[in-house]
Design a protein around this ligand. Sequence first.
Ligand SMILES: [Zn+2]
Length: 137
Amino acid sequence: MPSVGRADGKTFEKKKASISVVCPKCQGSVFDNRSKKLSGEFKPNAPDFACANKEGCGWKQWPPKVGATTVVSGGPIVPPSTTQSAPSPRDTLILELFWDSFDRVLEGVAKRKLTDLFRPEQLCSLIATMYIQRARG
Ligand SMILES: [Zn+2]
């Protein structure tokens, strides 16, 4: 009994994998216009690739637009060094120490009813003195 037939008739499945420029729509041949764009024969805004089947397919491929990706990021450009983005524990401690000193000086002066005796710059001097002493540890 002869065999029914080879089932591996895959010749039609052969794809032109070696050819990089094949129309993704119709699998047909594609014109590579890049050299012509460089030479000036085609306009700079012409597609890089165009399907040979203009009427039946009409596929075209333009190069990726320059600057299209920059539209996405709307914020300011962040420098690569992000070491100072988050406050360090020491910075937080110093801030807390300063404002604690600030409050304590004003509270102490008010508690002793000496608010009228001190001018703002003198209070600043008191706060600075207390803060510096405490910051030294
Ligand atoms: Zn095509």
